[in-house]
Design a protein around this ligand. Structure first.
Ligand code: PEP
Length: 252
């Protein structure tokens, strides 16, 4: 992990959590974070949209930030069921994940759509976490770096800076499967992403690139130690504070 880049340990609760069960987990996280007067990493939880307001209230004044999992590209309008980046900001979010592979797959989101959503996040004053990652077929077909290049080049928002944009490398085949790439494989992809960012943004040294895909307490230290890995995006192991905290502890 680079000293130049402050790590971000982010949890993605996906479509999990009701107010009654989620609140104690968030409160426990806030309590543990509060035991560190000067945390060395950023901590983020992205709950379902229904819980952002409540979780942001519980996290207020703490080191734990709250984010959305997706946003619409437009500020407002006739888009039944959608939520704009401005609405996320209004309800207490500071970040928004865009282009998660589950949205790319389940909702057919193209790079162009992801880019528009990332730009909406920036417009609203949110930090965009832009997800990229190859499928198993793409990895086995030796296409990983080409796929990553295509996604980074075409999903990166206009106006991206180290302050408003984070990249999350999440191999699709590693999400929720318990499988992870080797640290060597992670290093290759992260170095490649940094090179791509350099050619797109000029100075990209300060941009954080997270790893995501079956991160848990037992493998987090090894993954966070890989060069150019600046934190984690965590799904399943972020739902319980007792599972998430050991991941945070690798960087705090
Ligand atoms: C994710 O969905 O962003 C993710 C990384 O999930 P998991 O940690 O459960 O593999």
């Amino acid at each position: 992990m680079s000293k130049q880049r402050r790590p971000l340990i982010a949890g993605n609760w996906k479509m999990n959590g009701l107010a009654g069960s989620a609140a104690p987990e968030l409160q426990e996280l806030v309590k543990r974070a509060g035991e560190h007067s000067d945390p060395a990493c950023d901590i983020l939880i992205c709950p379902p949209a229904t819980l952002i307001d409540k979780m942001a209230g519980l996290a207020k004044g703490s080191a734990v930030k709250i984010g959305g999992q997706d946003c619409h590209a437009n500020e407002s309008g006739a888009h039944t069921g959608d939520i704009s980046a401005e609405m996320l900001k209004d309800t207490g979010a500071d970040y928004c994940i865009v282009g998660h592979s589950e949205r790319r797959a389940d909702h057919g989101e193209s790079n162009a759509v992801v880019k528009a959503k990332a730009e909406a996040a920036l417009r609203a004053g949110l930090t965009a976490i832009v997800c990229v990652g190859e499928t198993l077929a793409e990895r086995e077909g030796d296409k990983t770096l080409d796929v990553i290049s295509d996604q980074v080049r075409n999903s990166l928002p206009e106006g991206a800076t180290a302050g408003n944009t984070v990249i999350a490398y999440e191999p699709v085949w590693a999400i929720g499967t318990g499988k992870t790439p080797t640290p060597e494989d992670v290093a290759v992809v992260h170095a490649h992403i940094r090179k791509e960012l350099g050619s797109l943004m000029g100075d990209s040294e300060a941009v954080r690139v997270l790893y995501g895909g079956s991160v848990k307490g037992s493998n987090a230290a090894e993954l966070m130690a890989v060069e150019n890995v600046d934190g984690a995006l965590v799904g399943g192991a972020s739902l319980k504070a007792s599972d998430f905290w050991p991941i945070v502890e690798t960087s705090i």
